[in-house]
Design a protein around this ligand. Structure first.
Ligand code: CA
Length: 725
């Protein structure tokens, strides 16, 4: 009990037993009274440049004094301070300073004085920085625009998220292998190099992306992260944010000059747009590289991150600190940041790392604000459920489970990922494509965008592999070391055929279409290559000089082309899926079949029939009545009819078959088989019988119990792993 009324923003010390203890009151920041007084809603935070003056505004509500420090260079080790100018206290905890004259290219930091604590920090709203992101730079942003930038637009404007085919790529992986033929290795400018080839003549680089047919390239973190020293270069995935509104310096040709990285990102985006490819940024707002050192937390200690009662950081991500998205100025910061990338850099999409740590109000605010001016920007993220110490009550987190509360935001579907090839936490586990018995249920559900967590195809990202865990081909090689290479490739291609024809948004790790493998020096497969370097991670373009790899690539190209030609595969609401896609039940074991009807946007086919055969032997499947043309089989995929069939078809071992109803194909009478009286009829489309349903439920319950135990163990192990990242 205090003698005087508690000042929630005051600094208190408790003396006990001869020792002084500083009092922590971090959640004061989340009270209504604090937010009422200290929420700034203006759009001028940071350094706003004009030729006549630059206006600095920073939010530092706890500070007694704030200064702008102007520097000659952006290198934090250089002692080249020009001036330190006092700022004036303004509304809602902000401080302002107008500096006369043209300050373009001047580097700066802020210093706050709070009691006897003096802290220098970069500007959280820095538009660019010097080397390694320690000093911000005043910049005339328009001067960094490449010629024609004002006419640059999203090449997929006006399309639905389910029209996207997403290709996930790391900057260095794309060009680090010498066979790429690309000069700007690991740089933004690699995407401006056309005509690149391997020594043997295989197409690489941006030309390759265009020929592949993907619609969106998703680039692993390319905002400024801290794990790579920009003075020397190096390899890291980059999930360790340092400056959210600044491009990473090691991917620019000059990390010392803050203007270069800004201009080069714009050149990258423009070049991709010119080739018909949209750009998605991988953003990591859920944590920062260092809770202590992050500039926002240096200016307002403890504000950006969730802090436990004992003063430690809440650490649901395993990355050291969780972002307090529920606080008004953090929410504004994230919304402002995403809007800035969409506005200034023309980004067409955002992939959110561990978005399950952010609250749904923040996520919805982001989608709403960005869509006001960029309605075609797509959003998706990792909606895994994690434990985090949210600082307000009744907050709902943006997880898969809560997906209905963020209708404009999609989530990765781990059900199809694990159903296809086995769980990611057990390298040896197999799935539907690789001979496992448990996966077919989830694969079938995912095909109709009917996984338990979500019924909307527009919120479902379907995939077989991403940067995390083993590559698809390594997972197959490891879990099915008994299988022939030919069969492993069949499994790989079957996986692709499934997620490329499923309702939802197809997503693939770069190189999956050329059997990408990540092999350590000792020959083992690498399942977490976040800092494993170029040799393990780079795409080995010279593989494409070999027939086997070219065939897989051609198969993927054909799948993508087929998907793009058929609107019935790209439905964007659950109702339409129910009306146009149904599972066919009377098929052999380990075979999945689906019957689709046309009459939807961008669909010329009247009927489509899709068959997946996971058996190591051929399967006989009865087609619906009439003539059919095969467009996809185990060998070939594309938009050209391969052969005409009717009645019964034989589907090759471990393969897909996709057919379109075709009146020009003559219907051949087939002799009725003895054991099956249904031959003359189309296969029945039905729900599982009651008994089957009960069995499914029973299997589900047993699996759930086993998974819960295994999951608990793996979460503990997983946290240790994640820490390293
Ligand atoms: Ca950096």
């Amino acid at each position: 009990t205090l003698e005087e009324e508690l000042d929630p923003f005051g600094s208190y010390t408790i003396t006990f037993d001869g020792n002084d203890y500083k009092v922590n009151m971090p959640n004061v920041f989340s009270t209504d009274s604090f937010e009422a007084e200290f929420t700034y809603t203006g759009s001028d935070l940071g350094a706003v440049w004009t030729p006549e003056k630059t206006t600095f505004r920073v939010w530092a509500p706890l500070a007694d004094e704030v200064y702008v420090n102007l520097y000659e260079s952006g290198d934090a080790s250089a002692e080249d301070l020009i001036d330190s100018l006092p700022m004036t206290e303004d509304v809602n905890g902000t401080w302002v300073l107008e500096a006369e004259g043209d300050r373009n290219g001047v580097y700066y930091t802020y210093t706050t004085v709070t009691g006897d604590e003096v802290r220098e920090a970069c500007d959280p709203y820095a538009r660019t920085t010097g080397v390694n992101g320690d000093r911000a730079m005043v910049i005339d942003l328009d001067s960094t625009d490449p010629a024609g930038w004002e006419n640059d637009v999203n090449p997929h404007a006006g399309e639905k998220i389910t029209d996207a085919v997403i290709y996930e790529l790391h900057m260095r992986d794309f060009s680090a292998d010498a066979s790429s033929g690309i000069e700007n290795v690991g740089k933004y400018l690699q995407f401006t190099e056309k005509g690149t080839k391997t020594a043997g003549g295989a197409v690489t680089g941006i030309d390759y992306l265009k020929e592949l047919g993907i619609t969106h390239v998703h680039i692993l973190p390319m905002y400024d992260f801290g794990s790579v020293d920009e003075t020397t270069g190096g390899y890291n995935w980059g999930y360790d944010p340092k400056n959210y509104n600044v491009p990473e310096g090691s991917y620019s040709t000059d990390p010392y000059n803050g203007a270069v990285r800004v201009g080069e990102v714009k050149q990258m985006v423009q070049s991709l747009h010119n080739e018909g490819i949209s750009v998605v940024m991988d953003v990591v707002y859920n944590h920062v590289q260092s809770g202590e050192d992050f500039c926002f937390n240096r200016l307002v200690p403890g504000y950006f991150s969730r802090i436990n009662e004992n003063g430690s950081y809440s650490n649901g991500s395993g990355c050291g600190n969780d972002t307090a998205s529920e606080r008004s100025m953090v929410r504004k910061y994230i919304v402002d940041s995403v809007c800035y990338w969409a506005d200034e850099y023309h980004m067409d999409g955002f992939r959110f790392d561990l978005v399950g740590l952010l609250d749904v109000d923040t996520v919805n605010a982001i989608v709403e604000e960005v869509h006001k001016t960029h309605p075609d920007v797509i959003f998706y993220g990792e909606g895994w459920t994690m434990t985090t110490n949210v600082t307000k009550t009744n907050m709902v987190m943006a997880t898969q489970t809560n997906s209905a509360q963020t209708p404009g935001f999609a989530y990765f579907n781990d059900k199809i990922r694990d159903g296809l090839k086995g769980g990611v936490f057990n390298d040896m586990e197999t799935g539907y494509i690789s001979g496992g018995s448990g996966g077919s249920f989830e694969v079938a559900k995912a095909f109709t965008a009917d996984s338990a967590w979500c019924k909307s195809p527009a919120q479902t990202i379907n995939y077989a592999s991403c940067h995390d865990n083993l590559t698809l081909f390594d997972k197959l090689q490891k879990s099915r070391s008994d299988a022939s290479r030919e069969d492993l490739i069949r499994m790989n291609n079957l996986a692709a055929a499934i997620y490329m024809t499923s309702q939802g948004v197809p997503f693939m790790q770069a190189g999956e279409e050329m059997l990408r493998t990540k092999v350590n020096a000792d020959g083992s497969f690498n399942s977490n290559s976040y800092h494993s370097g170029d040799e393990v991670n780079s795409i080995k373009w010279s593989d494409l000089e070999k027939e086997e790899y070219q065939q897989v690539l051609e198969y993927y190209k054909g799948l993508i082309a087929f998907r793009k030609e058929h609107g019935v595969l790209r439905l964007d609401d659950a109702q339409a899926v129910q009306e146009h896609v149904s599972r066919v039940e009377s098929v052999p074991q380990n075979v999945l079949a689906f019957y689709l009807t046309g009459g939807v946007e961008n669909e010329t086919a009247e009927e489509m029939f899709v068959i997946f055969n996971a058996n190591p032997e051929a399967a006989e499947v009865t087609l619906p009545a009439g003539g059919w043309s095969v467009y996809i089989n185990g060998e070939t995929a594309g938009t050209q009819a391969l052969e005409g069939v009717s009645g019964k078809v034989s589907v090759a071992p471990i393969s897909a078959m996709v057919l379109i109803q075709d009146d020009s194909v003559p219907v051949v009478e087939q002799p009725a088989s003895e054991e099956d009286g249904q031959d003359e009829n189309a296969p029945a489309v039905s729900e599982p019988t009651e008994k089957e349903s009960v069995n499914i439920v029973l299997i589900g319950v047993v699996c759930a119990v086993v998974l819960a135990v295994v999951g608990a163990v793996l979460i503990v192990l997983g946290k240790g792993k994640r820490n390293k990242k």
